[in-house]
Ligand binder design. Structure first.
Ligand code: SAM
Length: 252
């Protein structure tokens, strides 16, 4: 198989492991004004609006320089908080939102592995392409390294903790259900797990985890897994850097 094409974006790193380096993100955000991972809002707006009410308190984890929070705000969701580990991203996001008059959106520098919020304070938590960062050095995706497992579990435990009793976690990702299931379905969590796909082919996954609604029957999830094709079939079609997050099953 041919290697993937070179990234079209100057700020893309040489190897995906750089995505775990906070300095990489600061340097990148110093140069880059906007980059949207995993498609723009219009591609999954219909899925998001099924789960968010105008009164929902929403946390976006790892906002980077995405326009997701602005799009949500324009769609009438006023109680928004964004966090990112990168101080550069946070400063630039604050300035951008202020210049557009979106004063109600809070933006904080914070680590998603140690969320600085009280228990049960958000109706919805959203992440887009942020959890994928934790998997870039995971090794075998069927049996990730212990360090990957502990980071992903820290992220998910924090999100579960800050969600209200019937809150919803939305994860927009490249991670296929068979690689996410062991984390999302860990016994410590009370959420149910559903997923949809979006994109022009079959590229991106939209997970909906509803706290307090876990059932012991995961048959729907299992049925959908059976019909998933290898993600590598689609890598030619992926946007810019998105292919760096893909898991090429043909190479395993
Ligand atoms: C792949 S980008 C996704 C950005 C944005 N969500 C989007 O859709 O375009 C990953 C983002 O996660 C942030 N990030 C990485 N590790 C983080 C952590 N531990 N806590 C919070 N944000 C983190 C990075 O700074 C970067 O903005």
């Amino acid at each position: 198989m041919d290697p993937p094409a070179a990234p079209k974006c100057d700020v893309a790193p040489a190897t995906a492991s750089a995505y775990l380096d906070p300095q990489y993100w600061d340097q990148r955000f110093a140069q880059e004004e906007h980059y949207e991972w995993f498609k723009e809002y219009s591609h999954f707006r219909h899925l998001i609006l099924e789960h968010i009410q105008p009164t929902s308190a929403v946390l976006e984890v790892g906002c980077g320089n995405s326009q997701l929070c602005e799009e949500l705000y324009r769609d009438g969701i006023a109680e928004l908080t964004c966090i990112d580990l990168s101080s550069v991203a946070v400063d630039k996001m604050k300035k951008r939102l202020l210049s557009k008059g979106y004063k109600g959106i809070k933006v904080l520098e914070a680590d998603m592995l140690d969320l600085p919020f009280e228990d049960e304070c958000f109706d919805v938590v959203i992440e887009k392409g942020t959890m994928d960062v934790l998997f870039v050095d995971s090794g075998d995706p069927w049996n990730p390294e212990p360090v990957t497992v502990s980071r992903v579990m820290a992220m998910l435990e924090g999100i579960h903790r800050v969600l209200k009793p019937h809150g919803i976690f939305i994860s927009i990702t490249f991670g296929q259900p068979h690689f996410r299931r062991r984390f999302f379905n860990a016994p410590t969590f009370t959420w149910s797990v559903e997923w949809r796909t979006f994109g022009d082919g079959f590229h991106y996954f939209f997970y909906i985890l509803k706290k307090g609604e876990r059932s012991s029957d995961n048959s729907e999830d299992t049925e959908k897994i059976e019909v998933l094709p290898s993600i590598s079939l689609f890598h030619e079609e992926l946007d810019n850097e998105d292919y760096l997050f893909r898991t090429n099953l043909d190479e395993m």
